[in-house]
Write a protein that binds this ligand. Structure first.
Ligand SMILES: Nc1ncnc2c1ncn2[C@@H]1O[C@H](COP(=O)(O)OP(=O)(O)OP(=O)(O)O)[C@@H](O)[C@H]1O
Ligand SMILES: [Mg+2]
Length: 650
């Protein structure tokens, strides 16, 4: 039964609980417990209707709060009646809102609350002695609580002092923040450059990307970022690069910096790890393939750094490592820090995650990669609707790094690059991949985890040959159910002669039953290194090919065919072509290939990284069918195969 009058109920309902609520984006009514989502709501625009059956419970709850019931009890009551978690805090919020209309209810509640307590007391402690005893006990309790508080504060101060003393023994690390009071004596080993480097080192968001021009001082800032925690015994950090060679560069830099900053810092080559006198650890390691992250299963880190994030073709590793980010020490914040240049196989997803959602150098709520929707706590959570965590993108340019910029030679090197690379590496331009020719290509739809391809599925391959640039070879399988093409392997190599490439191809496909191969037809005319044409040389190695279609208009026809294949067929719920996620180069190229700015139907002819795309075109234009009359033979990959004719192969 509600303690409110009819009049009060009506006024509160009108003021706080309208019949319908329309919200944009991820918004929601303030007390969603008693609202039902309209099934006709569309994404980004949701309509809620008041559930009139549940409203009386809320009004009863308000009445009870007015009469002094505890917020916790009321929360439990609403949770039980409405079937949704309604917290202590929600009750307080609700009551405060009501008090905006009935300001004197606050006092009323306070009195009622006190009265109800007194009532209980007077009932329970009728005996005067008992009451005095209880009063004494509560006084003592209060005293003890205050003493404990004082004690905790003293301990905290002591720890703070110890920490400062510890830092004082070292040198000024982050721009003078650490070596308080002894500036004159200690040499400055690292001082962040003004601007983005300082912004990066002082960012407080959970995930921060420092990205842009080459030489901006990004990697250096990344290795300096965790230094502030090396005095904490609970610190466990990890810094990742894509390959071992690239990692070496970082290791050298840390070997220059860390021992100067923390005397007694020890580098273990065997473990590839820094150990600091406090017990803090920083592991420097590489991730060659996405699957390598499984090495970190079951481990916990409070600082995770990625250098050159776009070298990761998919967000898999970044997302996986987030699951390793946790700490039992509340004084250590959880951080994921990354640096990168634009471009690279992961340009597309990195841009979507960090650059697109918000203007540079602003804090924003992390968003879901594909939909762009903010990531918030689910409705059943006490923090329903609040952001899960925040991100920030800090752009870098070469000018920000006086250590390199002032010399000028490096700038001149970057100025000499072709336009696309120059804009990415000198100006840190992320937009270069905009105007992508295959904007419909999406990781979610077109990239799949590798699976075992049945032996009965027809397989073939295609190749674009380039010695000084790159050769790309793609292997396709055809799913006979819907003639879906599966690009299941890629080979992307540079500086391989025709014979070397042929051997690599045969090795890669050993055990596969390849029906046919299609190769850039111009290689039948181009000379190899020893006289015969490139195609002839490959064929002579036992790697057979037929020439690709080179008729006029074949480029545009190939592009149109790819668009057709990329279309998502609602009926069979898949696209006409999918790629194993191991085909990294192809996936990254497809995301960034620009369309021709001059408005032709082709891709931008200036785009250099088109080798996988060309191979893809040759493959899809070879009229692949799950059963084909044009097959060379059943198993071309037998190594004992000899061409009938050394020149023409067939
Ligand atoms: N705050 C600093 N103090 C001293 N030297 C610095 C500082 N910042 C950068 N440098 C110097 O500038 C060099 C280049 O910086 P760094 O390698 O971090 O650039 P980058 O942005 O990672 O470049 P790239 O894009 O090529 O990876 C470093 O090796 C370091 O010697
Ligand atoms: Mg770098």
């Amino acid at each position: 039964m509600s303690h409110l009058t009819d009049d009060e109920e009506l006024r509160i309902t009108e003021a706080l609980f309208p019949d319908t609520y329309e919200v944009q984006g991820s918004g929601r009514p303030p007390f969603k417990v008693i609202y039902d989502k309209d099934p006709s709501s569309v994404k980004g625009h949701t309509v809620y209707h008041l559930n009139k059956d549940l409203l009386p419970y809320i009004l009863t709850a308000i009445g009870a709060m007015k009469e002094g019931a505890s917020f916790r009890q009321v929360g439990e009551y609403v949770t039980e009646k409405c079937g949704f978690a309604f917290s202590y805090e929600s009750c307080r919020r609700l009551f405060n809102l009501v008090c905006e209309h009935y300001p004197d209810w606050k006092d009323h509640r306070a009195q009622a609350h006190g009265a109800s307590k007194n009532n209980i007391q007077s009932k329970t402690y009728k005996d005067k002695n008992k009451r005095e005893e209880a009063q004494k006990r509560s006084q003592l309790k209060r005293k003890m609580t205050n003493l404990k508080k004082e004690y905790d504060q003293l301990i905290e101060k002591k720890e703070e002092k110890e920490k400062l003393a510890d830092l004082d023994n070292n040198v000024e690390v982050i721009g003078g923040a650490i070596n308080r009071g002894r500036k004159d004596e200690a040499p400055v080993i690292f001082k962040p450059n003004e601007g983005p480097q300082t912004d990066f080192l002082s960012a407080t968001e959970r995930e921060v990307l420092y990205g842009g021009a080459a030489g901006g001082g990004k990697s250096y800032a990344l290795i300096a970022d965790p230094v502030r925690y090396f005095g904490n015994k609970n610190f466990n950090g990890i810094l990742l690069r894509r390959t071992n060679d690239e990692l070496r560069e970082i290791i050298w830099k840390t070997q220059e910096l860390y021992p100067q900053v923390y005397k007694g810092a020890k580098w273990s080559e065997r473990k590839s790890q820094w150990n600091f006198p406090s017990g803090a650890r920083l592991w420097l390691t590489y991730l060659d393939r996405d699957e390598d992250v499984l090495r970190y299963q079951g481990q916990a880190f409070n600082w995770i750094g990625f250098d050159e994030l776009t070298q990761n073709p998919t967000p898999f590793t970044w997302d996986y490592m987030r699951s390793r980010l946790r700490s039992t020490d509340p004084s250590l914040p959880l951080c994921m820090r990354a640096t990168t240049n634009p471009g690279g196989p992961g340009h597309g997803w990195v841009k979507k995650m960090f650059i697109d959602p918000s203007p540079a150098n602003t804090k924003f709520c992390a968003t879901e990669l594909e939909s762009g929707e903010p990531l918030v706590y689910p409705e059943t959570h006490a923090k329903a609707g609040e952001p899960l965590f925040f991100r920030r993108f800090i752009p870098a340019t070469l000018k920000d790094n006086p250590y390199l910029y002032d010399e000028g030679a490096y700038e001149a090197n970057l100025l000499s690059l072709p336009e696309q690379q120059r804009r990415q590496l000198l100006e840190g331009d992320w937009m270069i991949a905009d105007g992508a020719a295959f904007s419909e290509f999406s990781i979610r739809t077109h990239v799949v985890e590798p699976f075992d391809i049945p032996n009965t599925w027809r397989k073939f391959r295609s190749c674009d040959f380039g010695y000084s640039t790159y050769s790309a070879v793609l292997w396709f399988a055809i799913d006979p159910a819907y003639e879906t093409l599966i690009v299941y392997r890629e080979l992307y190599v540079s500086k391989k002669t025709a014979r070397e490439l042929a051997r690599l191809v045969l090795d890669a496909e050993a055990g596969d039953k390849i029906s046919y191969g299609v190769l850039d037809s111009s290689t039948w005319h181009k000379r190899g290194h020893t006289g015969p044409s490139i195609a002839e040389e490959m064929i002579a190695e036992g790697c057979r090919w037929r020439p690709s279609d080179r008729t006029s208009g074949s480029r545009i026809a190939g592009k149109n065919r790819l668009h057709e294949l990329l279309k998502f067929d609602e009926e069979i719920e898949q696209a006409g072509i999918v790629f194993f996620d191991t085909c990294r180069q192809t996936i990254s190229d497809l995301q960034v290939i620009p369309s021709d700015k001059k408005g032709t139907d082709d891709i931008d002819p200036r785009f250099a990284s088109d080798h996988t795309y060309d191979a893809l075109r040759y493959g899809i234009m070879s009229r692949p069918r799950s059963k084909s009359l044009f097959d060379f033979g059943e198993d071309m990959s037998k190594t004992d195969w000899q061409p009938f004719d050394k020149v023409f192969g067939y």
